[in-house]
Design a protein around this ligand. Sequence first.
Ligand code: MOS
Length: 724
Amino acid sequence: MNEMTMDRAYRPAGLAQARQGLLGASVPRIEGPAKVSGTATYAYEGAEAGTAYAAIVGAPVGSGRITGVDSAAAEALPGVLAVIHGDSRMVTGGSNSQAQAHSGTDQIFHYGQPVAIVVAEDQTIARDAAALVVVHAEAGDGRFDREAQPVQRDHDIGFLKPVDIGDLDAALAAAPVVIDRSYTTPVHFPAALEPHASTVAWENGKLLVRTSNQVIGGARGTIAKALGLAREDVRVLAPYVGGGFGGKTGVGPEVILAAIAAETVGRPVKIALPRAQTAYLVHHRSATTQRVRIGATEDGRITAFAHEGVASQNDDASFLEPIPFGSLPLYAGEARRFRTDVVRVDLPATGAVRAPGEAIGTFAVECAMDELAERLGLDPVELRRRNEPEADPVSGKRFSTRRMLDCYDEGARRFGWAERRKRREGDWLIGHGMAAALRGNFTVKAEARVTLGADGRATVACDMTDIGTGTYTILAQTAGEMLGLPVPAVEVRIGDTDFPASAGSGGSFGAGSACSAVVLACEDIIAALALRMNASPEELTLHDGYVVAGGRSVALADLLHGEPIVATGKTGPGAETQATSQASHGAHFVEVAVNAITGEVRVRRMLGVFDVGRVLNAKTAANQLVGGMVWGLSYALGEEAVVDTRNGHFVNPDFGEYHVAVNADVPQIEVHFVEEIDDSANPVGAKGVGELGISGAGAAVANAIHDACGVRVRDFPVTLDKLL
Ligand code: MOS
């Protein structure tokens, strides 16, 4: 095993010498044909004979006690196999969808909490029968209105600890210019298109779970624990995942309930959460209130910076929306304060959704920066340039790579920022806005096995997932680049916990971590090939299926003598990770049109320039950033889940009334990169991409709206009623 933690900045010789030009190229998705031809199998597809279908019955009140379950009518429905309730292994959705036990109690923690599972011959019967189950409950007084709950400043949840540097109050008092604004953001649903779905089957006491999940290695442990099994007795398969957005980082309760159902009826069981139930059994992003205070000199130098917020959580979960996560290293300024307080509510857990922290934190901070620029009479790009820090202003650590200034400059140039003109076109008011983007970079433990077959073709295997991001393709490109093979000569096998444990897809760490493990495995293979060529690995180049050293060129297959070479690579954070401040960066530029009569907002153009370290595939990386920018537009203008504060249910738990951006909302979007390989981040030199595009995107839209019509909306989403 080639195991390497990031204890020093490192660039593998194999990549430095790479001749293929494959890594970084816009290679089309290798799994694309399987997806568009319908041969890629998702969790709910394909059923072996005898598969039964399950549906979950949820608690009809948001707090209180279950006093009885009447399942007679459901059981009498033809095709119903079982109605199960009171099983001590029953769970509900915890933070980051970690199935959370609520066994041995009749207490109701939140509306929709699983009370019973119905198993039937088909999905329609299961759902019909679920509607016939009567849950008797005594409603209690629930804390459903977050506004009415006390704010807890002393708490120990969430990974982000409060930051207090210098004398903020004195610095604000002394600052010639001060911006002090409050912002609110509503509840967001992750809203993956593919439902939260699973097909589970027991065989000889072992459980096979086909599921839609971002991190199957973690899922395996969670499922085993919930059901009292050994890890080895659970195998999780997720070869294709139709979007996760944080909602599939953990195991939803439906997986555990389906396993219980399958055990009860002695048949494989399928389950898919109906969209409305997803709101209750999958975590959501907390609503937030945020206060931003910035003190600055007349020439726009920030001297005091405070970003403080309040997020909600229930009593059980330990996640807390890290509201100022993206603001911490964003701007210079001596006195600094960042914190997230909590209010406790009786709602489903809040958890990681699409760039937890940055997505909504940047809305507040980047809108406040726009207000500061306006107050100072400074261009908002110039204000940001003047406050670009030399080193991490909180930790004091050096940046691994930081190309923020280039993102501003390149973005402004490409967008035509200097030539922008606020204007009126008929009834439409045209305005422009910008914002910075920042997403903390993580490299996590990841392992991958690479086999160079006797035929000269390679196979990559690990338990990574592809949540629509292009994992298959970048793993093939990485192995191809290292081994000198074209993409079609590399087979990628992922989404199976039988393969080496990789990073999974979450926190934007998947690509950099998993591809680094592949790089390390390939280094071992190159070393083995070098031996056979009587050369050092550094003397070797591999391209087009040939190994070249010392003037000799030998076909790969000829070096293998009929035997494959198998190597495993393992990567993880280390001393260099600790010693540096790592983040991806970017700048958004947006043009909007606001209808002067109706207040309707149309986003006309979005342009982003991003610093993500090495670009592994220009097409799939850009696709992810475009997706993030669409989400930015989406939560700026539409997304808002409303809690009924009388009983803790969501008023709009479906796509009819929870408005995500659709095709017609999405304008021309341009994405560009300023590429600098980050040798401190991981062996492949790539920083996180997935959650960067959403960071700052909503703020840029809000700033453009203000530019167009003069209205500052500090309460997301910016719906037309707030503009008139
Ligand atoms: Mo992400 S919200 O860590 O999937």
